[in-house]
Design a protein around this ligand. Structure first.
Ligand code: C5P
Length: 225
């Protein structure tokens, strides 16, 4: 018997990471950021200079990679290491974001990462965020949330984040376009596309604060029997 699992899926910029981190902290669950895993592999492919079309080389790279997630004291994000190198910050750069969906669409990459994710979830007690958690990684999760918001709102939030980090060079229009393109790609790929699980609860966060969304999820979790 395992402890419960919460699956949180949704498009880019819906607030998954912030909300998941807070839910994990409140309920004392392990936070599994699966997007960070795909980003780490994308970073490794980029750094290796392998062509994004070289399926064989990417498959070999991912099966031999040592990907480590090192939980940090909340509210700090989990540290991510690949082949011993700490990539926690570099996996958030626009260069990685621009190619991650292409990498995440590959069968070899998904197979390796999903296997590792399922190992983390073996004894439960985790809240995992991504695109295919409720549909493919943990289809038997006790609580499934589909977190969404309008593309305008999501772009605005990303833009605010960038501004706070002192990176104002990217326009709101550009962010909106990038988010839309990534969502389209993630929703239309062949393997485990982004979609709401039939038994997921949809939360539209357009008019909700982070606190309100977090509270809703905690309430739903506490109602589980
Ligand atoms: O959540 P985040 O924006 O960090 O995810 C980066 C990318 O990783 C997504 O756009 C998607 O292509 C991929 N991803 C995925 N499956 C997941 C999590 C992320 O395909 N479970």
């Amino acid at each position: 018997h395992r402890r419960p699992i919460i699956a949180i899926d949704g498009p880019a910029g819906a607030g998954k990471s912030t909300v998941t981190r807070r839910v994990a902290q409140s309920l004392n669950l392990l936070h599994l950021d699966t997007g960070a895993m795909y980003r780490a592999v994308a970073w490794l492919v980029m750094r290796s200079g392998i062509s994004l079309d070289d399926e064989g080389a990417i498959a070999e790279l991912v099966t031999q990679a040592n990907l480590e997630l090192i939980p940090a004291e909340p509210p700090n994000p989990t540290r991510v290491k690949i082949n011993g190198e700490d990539v926690t910050e570099t996996i958030r750069t626009p260069e990685v974001t621009a190619i991650v969906s292409q990498i995440a669409a590959k069968a070899s990459v998904r197979q390796a990462l999903v296997q590792q994710q399922q190992r983390y979830g073996k004894t439960g007690g985790i809240v995992a965020e991504g695109r295919d958690i409720g549909t493919a990684v943990f289809p038997d999760a006790e609580l499934k949330i589909f977190l969404t918001a309008s593309v305008e709102e999501r772009a605005k939030r990303r833009w605010q984040d960038f501004k706070e980090q002192g990176r104002e060079e990217i326009s709101l229009e550009q962010l909106e376009q990038d988010i839309q393109a990534r969502d389209y790609f993630d929703s239309h790929r062949e393997i485990a596309p982004l979609q709401q699980a039939i038994d997921a609860i949809k939360i539209d966060t357009d008019k909700l604060s982070i606190e309100e969304v977090t509270e809703q999820i905690i309430n739903l979790y506490e109602q589980l029997d």
